[in-house]
Design a binder for this molecule. Structure first.
Ligand code: KG4
Ligand code: ZN
Length: 327
């Protein structure tokens, strides 16, 4: 079995996965959403302090599995440095205490493997990754051969939901609450412009759309009824998604994918899934509980590295908070 740890942002999570059967035998996640909600976004130092408390609490529940462990997997990149360090420190301590090798896992690769929980992986694959930190289209040829075909020039898809929610006085994270409000709203009530429409550039941008929403709220003198909030959420969600669809259509003309998937925290958005399904009827998605950050996807990704004996030297294990460009 592999014990995997995820602490790249604001979720403390540990999982244990059987190597041969891919079966998940333990999973626990303590989310810090409520703690960060009053600040409208993740406060790194607070996140680190909460990881330091939550990770040992979860680890204590895994002790019966220790004799069966063959490796410790941990997210080392990308993410908040102070948060990543908490998981990596625990992985190092376990590695020394239990005399086990460490597997270093890229968080974005983890999201890709959320498609293959308790399942055999299937490549090649085109992937739309929509999370709080990233908006990318990836060509995944194999476990070790991933290239970025498009990414965002500024804010990410999920981040734009978080920022719009903050402007509307809604809770953090913004994605789920905006999706809820949007269900009651008229998505044509506000005619926001789809970003980069007239540009041939294969890239995404969300800062302009965020600004359109900001100006729209300002025009109402910052006093918004619940109906107006719902209409703004519905209109914003429609345009934010339409932008993804327009650029994906361009990408699909250039690259022919035999399979296409959507992953990342924002892939839980059902409106987005519905629109993507129109474009790719055979769209692959992860189970809803594994869309947002979790250690199960990290454990699943690490199994491929375990098979290749792709272990890390304890002295060499480092965190890389910045966006990792796949090669
Ligand atoms: O993958 P994730 O859990 O963390 C990162 O790796 O960033 O993604 C979190 C992001 C947040 O920005 C959150 O607002 C967004 O995913 N999100 C959503 C939805 N659920 C979560 N965005 C839109 N609609 C949702 N239903
Ligand atoms: Zn993530």
């Amino acid at each position: 079995m592999i014990l995997s740890i995820e602490s790249s942002c604001d979720d403390s999570s540990i999982a244990i996965t059987q190597i041969k059967s891919l079966k998940v035998v333990f999973h626990k996640k303590i989310s810090q959403e409520i703690d960060h909600s009053k600040y409208g976004g993740v406060v790194p130092e607070l996140a680190a302090r909460l990881h330091a408390k939550a990770l040992p609490q979860i680890l204590q529940q895994t002790q019966d599995f220790f004799p069966y462990l063959k490796a410790i997997a941990v997210t080392t990149e990308p993410g908040l440095s102070v948060s990543l360090i908490e998981g990596v420190t625990m992985a190092k301590a376990l590695s020394i205490a239990l005399k086990l090798p460490i597997l270093s896992v890229n968080h974005l690769k983890g999201h890709i493997y959320s498609l293959f929980i308790e399942k055999k992986a299937m490549f090649p694959l085109g992937v739309l990754l929509v999370s709080g930190g990233h908006t990318q289209v990836l060509q995944v040829s194999s476990h070790d051969n991933i290239s970025i075909l498009a990414s965002t020039l500024d804010d990410s898809f999920g981040e734009s939901f978080d920022k719009v929610a903050k402007m509307l006085g809604l809770t953090y994270p913004g994605g789920p609450i905006i999706e809820e409000y949007a269900k009651q709203g008229d998505d044509k009530a506000y005619d926001f412009t789809i970003p980069l429409q007239s540009s041939n550039k294969i890239a995404f941008s969300y800062s302009g759309l965020k600004n359109q929403v900001r100006l729209c709220i300002k025009e109402q003198n910052n006093t918004l009824s619940e109906k107006m909030k719902s209409d703004i959420c519905a209109s914003f969600q429609r345009v934010a998604t339409a932008h993804l669809m327009q650029k994906l259509k361009k990408i699909f003309k250039i690259y022919k994918f035999s399979n296409f998937a959507v992953v990342g925290g924002a892939s839980a958005n059902l409106y987005l899934r519905e629109q993507l399904n129109k474009l790719c009827p055979d769209l692959l998605v992860a189970p809803l509980q594994y869309c947002s950050d979790n250690a199960v996807m990290i454990g699943r990704a690490s199994i491929e590295d375990f098979k290749d004996k792709n272990f890390c030297n304890l002295e060499d294990i480092t965190i890389n908070p910045k966006i990792k460009i796949f090669t």
